[in-house]
Design a protein around this ligand. Structure first.
Ligand code: NAI
Length: 455
């Protein structure tokens, strides 16, 4: 009998298990693939190792601007993938060690809820049957596969890949067509463009990167286009052939030839065939409905991570896991989705937190904008010859608090947390002005932007 059974060993699942185990609960985690989930095995971490290799390669190739010349620079994609596997193995081992350290029982196999018992919930886990007083459903998400003719066949033949297979490709494709210009599409576009693949991004909307601030994405898109990435916008994919992708724009059908196709048009919560109906967990459009303490409609059943479809980000999953465990332990805690930062780890990076101009206007929030080129930071200039990055701050004109921050710059992923803290804590500009940033740092741009604000 467990105090808690966690279905899924990704960021939400393993962190909840770790926290709950640490607090003295008897915990079991059921994972059918590998601990670490999508993030560690086929998402966040592997893509970052690839992107880092690409960044080094780009830096070496473009070193002349900085007085560095090198000859015969090459990138060995197979070697990059091999190193990626090593990093992943080491981190998965780390998660395993954490489970052990917190006395968490790890069961390999698929977990399916089989019934409610007097004591709690029964789960078929691999070859075992276990019972837990509480359940945390953290089964994550899977790629969405729309009913486009030829797509299913393409996936079966290996012509069309999702992020999972893409990361294990050891041979560089000459021509890659990416369906979907969202986060996954752009990160892969960045990597494959750097290593010399001809990349075409086919996006249904008239812009890339979803809800991300348009000033940032416009600059970013131009930068990527200048490096050779082709963006086909307003492009609705109508068919996938044996060697091409067809899309429609303004009544015209256009065909792009490809050696490989990446499908990245979003992900859907993994809620099928895990027995949710047995205990009648309420879902909406395939996502488990939760409150801000990660409770479902069923007592003692929680859901955290992508499976609740609220914010499909690993760092959201971490926090949701903690909030769920807090609730189990009777500690007051709740999610605040509006202060979760988001990052696209391209080169340069795009990082944001809080309101965009569009969302602030839609909510009728009184705001004024500060928009600065990243050149205002000395460190940025030192490290980004000709860089076109920008920062945008949205300031609430009534409260003098920061409503949102959007940064296109190297290191943006590392320092957006400063802005996120101000938004989260509701600091006013006067309070922020007294905070000292180390000099010179790229992050100082936030301080600069705050001082540039004129009421
Ligand atoms: P996404 O929702 O970010 O982007 C999907 C894109 O595909 C959208 O721009 C959409 O307009 C487009 N699209 C949809 N149907 C289409 C069609 N039939 N033809 C052409 N375009 C179409 O989804 P993505 O990139 O697959 O990522 C999945 C999830 O993983 C996201 O929720 C994302 O937040 C998460 N993720 C986060 C990362 C990060 O935080 N850095 C990195 C990678 C993924």
């Amino acid at each position: 009998m467990f105090d808690l059974i966690v279905l899924g060993g990704g960021p939400a699942g393993y962190l909840a298990a770790e926290r709950a185990g640490h607090a003295g609960m008897q915990v079991a985690v059921v994972e059918e693939r590998a601990l670490g989930g999508v993030c560690l095995n086929e998402g966040c971490i592997p893509t970052k190792t690839l992107l880092y290799s690409a960044k080094l390669y780009d830096g070496a190739r473009n070193g002349q601007k900085y007085g560095v010349t090198a000859n015969d620079i090459t990138i060995d994609h197979a070697q990059v993938v091999k190193r990626k596997d090593k990093v992943v193995r080491s981190l998965v081992a780390g998660v395993k060690a954490q489970m052990k350290a917190n006395k968490v029982t790890v069961i390999t196999g698929r977990g399916v809820i089989t019934r409610k018992t007097q004591e709690g919930y029964e789960v078929a886990a691999g070859n075992e049957t276990i019972v837990g007083k509480r359940l945390l459903i953290a089964t994550g998400s899977v790629p969405s596969v729309p009913p486009i003719p030829g797509l299913k066949e393409g996936l079966e033949s290996g012509f069309v890949l999702t992020n999972r297979e893409m990361l294990d490709l050891t041979e560089k494709p000459e021509r890659l067509v990416i369906i979907g210009g969202g986060v996954i599409g752009l990160e892969f576009a960045g990597y494959f463009n750097s290593i010399g693949t001809k990349v075409t991004v086919v996006e249904m909307l008239d812009h890339i990167a979803g809800e991300t601030d348009r000033d940032l994405t416009d600059i970013f898109q131009k930068e990527m286009a200048s490096r050779g990435v082709v963006f086909e916008l307003n492009a609705k994919v109508t068919a996938v052939g044996g060697k091409d992708v067809r899309f429609e724009r303004g009544g015209e059908t256009i065909t792009v030839e490809a050696d490989k196709v990446l499908l990245s048009i979003g992900r859907r919560p993994a809620t099928r065939d895990i027995g949710l109906e047995v205990i009648q967990v309420y879902t909406e459009r395939g996502a488990i409905v939760t409150d801000d303490q990660m409770r479902t409609n069923v007592p003692n059943v929680y859901a955290a991570g992508d499976v609740n479809g609220r914010s499909m980000l690993a760092h959201t999953a971490y926090r949701e896991a903690e909030v769920a465990v807090s609730h189990m332990l009777g500690v007051r805690d709740a999610m605040r989705y509006e202060v979760i930062p988001a990052v696209i780890y391209t080169n340069p990076e795009i990082a944001s937190v809080g309101e965009t101009e569009a969302t602030a206007a839609a909510k009728g929030l009184p705001y004024k904008l500060v928009k600065l080129p990243m050149r205002y930071s000395g460190r940025y200039q030192a490290e980004n010859e000709g860089g076109k990055g920008i920062i945008k701050l949205l300031v609430n004109t009534q409260t003098q608090q920061i409503l949102g921050a959007h940064v296109l710059s190297n290191h943006a992923s590392e320092f957006i947390v400063a802005a996120a803290s101000y938004v989260d804590l509701g600091l006013t500009l006067d309070q922020i002005k007294r905070l000292v940033f180390p000099h010179p740092t790229v992050a100082e741009i936030i301080r600069e932007a705050v001082f540039q604000y004129e009421p």
